[in-house]
Every structure is written in C-alpha cells, then in structure tokens.
Design a protein around this ligand. Sequence first.
Ligand code: SF4
Length: 446
Amino acid sequence: MRILLVNPWIYDFSAYDLWSKPLGLLYLASIFRNLDCEISLIDCLDRFHPTLANFYSPKSNLWGCGKYYPQVVDKPVILAPYPRRYKRFGLPGQIFCQEIEKIPPPDIILVTSGMTYWYPGVIETVNIIKQKIPKIPIILGGTYATLCTEHAKKYTKADFIFSGSAGEIKPLFFLIEKLTGKKFASEKIPDSFLEFPPPDYNFYQHLEYIVLRTSVGCPFQCSYCAVSQFSPFLQKKAENVVQEIIFLHEKYQVKNFVFYDDALLVNSQEHIPKILKEIKETKLKLFFHTPNGLHPRFISEETAQLLYQTNFVQPRLSLETTNPERQKKTGNKITNEEFIQAIKNLNRVGYQTKNIGVYLMYACPEENLNEVYESVNFVHQLGAKVLLVEYSPIPGTKDWVTYNFNFPDPLLQNNSIFPLYPLEYWQEFQKLKDYVRKLNQRLTGK
Ligand code: SF4
C-alpha cells in the first residue's frame, strides 16, 4: 500500500520553529513501514527542504530552532480588526505542488492538523491535494480535527475526520483497510502508544533535532488544557525509551532530543530517573529540551541532579500563576512553595537560575493584570526568566464549559489576539510584555 502523509502550513500572525515536527505522522510512518507500506511525507514546515533554499537561508540557534519562511497573505475578514500582518509559514505553494506531482500515486492520504486556528492551512492543503489527485481518500487527524471535528467536517474537503487517540489507534487502521480494500498484517498494528516504534525521520535531508515522547496524556485535569482529550495517560517503559533514544541518535547522528511529553516528570520514582540514569551510563553527549514545560512539583534534588548531568538545556517549568486561588481553581498542579523548592533544587545542582524559563499565563478569564505582574515579579525575584504565554480558549476544556465560551470560528481562539479581551487591552498587554522583556534582559545582560 502507498501512503502519503502531509503536514500542512501554519496560517497565523507569527510562528517560530521551536522544535516543531509532525510527531504523530512520524510515528505512523514508522508503523506503516513495519506493515510494508510505501510512505511519502510532505512536511510544509520543513525549514530545510532542499528546494526552499532558493527562497531563503534557514538559520538556527544553537539548539536547532529558527524562523520559518513567511509569506504575507490576505487576512480573513473576521481577523480584519486586528492590526497585524497575517502570514502563511512554510514551503511556497509551488514547492508543495511539485512535491505532490513527484510522488507515486498513493492509495490513501493522511493529513495532520495543529492548532485549531491554523485551519486555513489545512483547508488549503486538502484543496490542493484534491485538485492534483482527486480520487484518493483523505483522512484528516490531529489537534484541530479532534477539537473542532464538526468544523473540520463542514469546512475541509477531507473525506474522513479522525479524532481518535494515541491510546487506541487501531480504528484508524481499520478505516484505511475499509477505504483502500487492502489488508494490514493485524498482529503488527500496535494496540496503543505503548507499543509504538521510534518515529521515522528518514524523510528529512537535514535534521537538527529529534522530537519524541515517553508518554501521552496527563494525569492532571487543568481547566484550560485539552491534553486529556487526546489520550489517557500512558508512559512507555523506561528501558524502551532509552533504546529508542540510542537508536535515533545512532541512526540520524543528532544530538538534540526534544521531549513532547506533557507530563514528563510524573511518576517520578519510576520513570524519568530510570531513563536518565541509563542515558548517563551510555556517556553519549546529548542535549535534551522540554518545550512543554516540566512540573516543578516533581523536581526533587535527585531529579534536578539527573536533569543537569544529562544536559537538560535551559529547563522550562510550568507555573502559570502564583495566585494560590487560581492555582487551586485551575487544577492544583503546583503551589508556590513547591515551585520555590524546585528552583532551589535546580540551582543547588548547578543550574544558574537565569537559565531556567518559567511559563506564566496571562489574558485569562476573570484576571486582574496586577495578579500577572505579581507572578512576574515573584519569578524574577527568584532569578528565573519569565516566559509569558497568552491564554487560549480551547474547545472541550473545563473552562470552555464554565465560561460558556462561544468562538464558533476557531480563528478567534488564536491566543495572539487575546480572545477574551477587546482590542483596547492590547496596549496594557504590550506594556506587560515590555516589562517582562526588561526584567529578563536584566538577568541575562542581553
Ligand atoms: S498539568 Fe499541564 S498538561 Fe497536564 S492538564 Fe495541566 S496544563 Fe495540561
């Protein structure tokens, strides 16, 4: 069976390759290969696509992150009031079309999707595929497809919307069998994420980092977060994770490893310490990154020591707010005391506090901006770097129900427009961002 996998463009006001790879597709590619399928992947967000070099020179920082190729596009009418340029990020359209023309005709096409408000990229991707290879069924999966299933059914030309989870992926394979009339060797289809093989990175000519997961889901239920909608919390066995990392390092000669886990440190006695102790013993010179933020509650001195010894670079911690009421109300994942202890532990084992990033959320429901300034000052006084995150209303979350959010067009869920606040607030938010920038500059001297 021939399968085409596609990662669409991002449409947004801004976007940056902060270790972004279509990991779900790369796991599927690996599974399909084990099932003797012939796979092609078009990743519209591959900054190092060979033909893209005719348009721009991709630059990366020390850890492999960098800017996407941007093209200014017309803003959708609903976003017209927002005074920012709207862009499509990723491969120019002609490269995408050439790629589709180059590949052998597939039996089935799987398109993934990211943030709900990036759906114009999904619509465009599916439209072009339908024009170029009209009769091949397209299955759309991923975040937008799962959280906005009805919208995706209505507005994309995908033939099927798959909103399944990594906890149970067999239904996807049954659907493909039904659509293609071809059979897989069923014993080779993994039951769940726990049996997934390492992701397949063979499609990339230039790789600066590898992303992977040791777990899916999260045992917490924060009121603003949709993670638990995608999968129950499942962690791979520590020894399997270590083998995977060694395999990927040897195969692709990449040193930067990025964990996409939402709860990497949970089950802290059994999971991450075991993984890191084994990694340490290999003496491999690797670097680890955690863009999704670590739970400070689980950073004991021993865990901090292992993070440091195995080169977790500039760890990012999830705090969100220092308001105890809000901490309790939104899910109880952290207290200020636990956070202070985590910073102390990290500092004691060798991390300079200025190299610790701390996520703080703002533009939340029922929020007074003074509360955000207090959180910012609290983190700054501990010597850590503040990383502001704009609140986004996400369908299916507790907040969505509690506050009776009504954003039928996912474009209005974009955190860049501060969906809960009128435009008059932008100035205040800008002042906050400027304030944080100055504080962070004071720490780093840059
Ligand atoms: S702890 Fe993090 S990943 Fe888990 S539910 Fe809360 S915000 Fe989501």
